[in-house]
Design a protein around this ligand. Structure first.
Ligand SMILES: [Mg+2]
Length: 423
């Protein structure tokens, strides 16, 4: 069978590059995109090459970055703008193949196996895409080319910025000498374990006994061994447009009119749970919550409110949704309710915070993630909130499997939906 041709494209210093492009006065200076620059505990989300020269790293506290480079310029993130660039890049990718799988806003895989007759070999396609991103978007990308996703991803990491790196059957010479943690899914903890047993490089990992790795790392051990030996065969899925989501919401028309506060709470909680679960699955946090209310005369309205901290917990979303409801009570009984998480950002960029309410939300998130795991194994009803038992008729709906969740990408086709797509 012929080998697939897989590309991994990674836009270099994505957030910082977009900021420098939009604001020419920043170019050539050390800049960093940061969480709240006024907050004592703000961290670096992204930096440009000039800042990198001072040893500034992602995730580091702002005060530390300032110590390394007193002239550093901090700028807040503008996710809407990054999403625009991500979508524009996605449009370029999709001219070459419909097999595009995004991995965060700035990275994605492309399976171009079927595209070579029209566009040339993998390297030619990679070079062309790189050129187009540079000229059409004004920022640079590094592209890896290989016959599997893991090596393509590694290739895009090897040469930066604005470079194409091919890893073919010569992979032993090219990558076995590299540190094992350059391999996708070898995190800090895994790497530390490997080092303890003298496994430093990707080659060490490849030459290890897979059953030993299984003992050490469980199922992942076998997986990593296979990756190091070029045996990854996972397919590139078609998920680009789905990942570009601005809001995540869910709404429902209830089996009967809602009259009491308990009725409202039950439905808002069910909706908040399904929205939050979806967010955790997609690695999002939201900064604001919107509710939509339709009464039994079919009059409808929406209200939106900001959250104190970005969250992905049903608890925080529910509390905000209920607060919005209480301050905007309809006169008539309610027929339909909707909850929508807006102003989304990706998980890895959540601020580390030591504030009490943030710590509480973090514990709640851990709890809800463990509930996700239980429901995933044993079904939705394996775990229920106490309030759900108050009205079985209302609460006996499984929001994930019985109701449609509308990511923004799908809204265009939902003509009967009253919820506005942009948060
Ligand atoms: Mg990048």
């Amino acid at each position: 069978m012929e080998q697939p041709i897989i590309l991994h494209s990674d836009m270099n210093n994505f957030y910082a590059s977009v900021e420098c492009l939009d604001n020419p006065s920043l170019r050539g200076k050390p800049i960093a995109v940061t969480g709240d620059p006024d907050a004592r505990h703000g961290i670096i989300l992204a930096k440009n090459y000039e800042a990198k020269k001072y040893g500034i790293t992602t995730g580091e506290p702002l005060w530390m970055a300032r110590q390394k480079c007193p002239d550093i310029i901090f700028t807040p993130p503008r996710y809407d703008r990054y999403i625009q660039f991500s979508q524009a890049a996605g449009q370029i990718y999709e001219e070459y193949t419909d097999r595009v799988e995004s991995f965060g806003l700035d990275e994605c895989w492309l399976d171009v196996s079927e595209s070579t007759r029209l566009f040339g070999d993998g390297k030619q396609i990679a070079d062309e895409i790189r050129g187009r991103i540079k000229h059409e978007l004004g920022i640079t990308a590094s592209v890896g080319v290989s016959y599997n996703k893991i090596f393509a991803k590694l290739g895009s990491d090897l040469n930066k910025p604005d470079a194409t790196t091919v890893i073919g059957q010569d992979f032993k010479e090219k990558i076995w000498g590299l540190p094992a943690d350059m391999l996708l899914y070898v995190g800090k903890a895994t790497y530390a374990k490997l080092l303890k047993y003298g496994i430093h490089s990707i080659g060490d990992l490849a030459r290890s006994d897979p059953s030993f790795l299984q003992q050490l790392l469980g199922k992942n051990g076998i997986m990593l061994w296979a990756f190091a030996n070029g045996l990854d065969r996972s397919p590139v899925s078609h998920t680009y447009s789905h990942r570009i989501i601005k809001t995540i919401g869910n709404s429902t028309t209830t089996p009967r009119d809602l009259t009491s506060d308990t009725d409202i709470k039950i439905i808002l909680y069910i909706l908040s749970e399904s929205v939050a679960e979806r967010m955790r699955l997609e690695h999002f946090y939201c900064r604001s919550v919107q509710i939509s209310i339709r009464d039994n005369t079919l009059a409808s309205y929406e209200r939106q409110g900001r959250l104190r901290i970005p969250t992905c917990t049903a608890q925080a979303i529910f509390e905000k949704a209920y607060e919005l409801y209480q301050s905007n009570r309809p006169v008539n009984p309610v027929r339909s309710l909707g909850v929508r998480a807006c102003k989304l950002s990706y998980m890895e960029y959540r601020q580390l915070s030591f504030l009490e309410h943030a710590a509480k939300d973090q514990r709640q998130e851990e709890l809800e993630r463990s509930i996700d795991a239980i429901r995933h194994r044993y079904g939705h009803y394996a775990i229920q909130r106490g309030i759900m038992l108050m009205d079985k008729n209302l609460s006996h709906l499984d929001p994930i499997s019985e109701h449609t969740i509308y990511p923004e990408a799908f809204l265009k086709s939902q003509t009967n939906n009253t919820v506005s797509p942009n948060g």
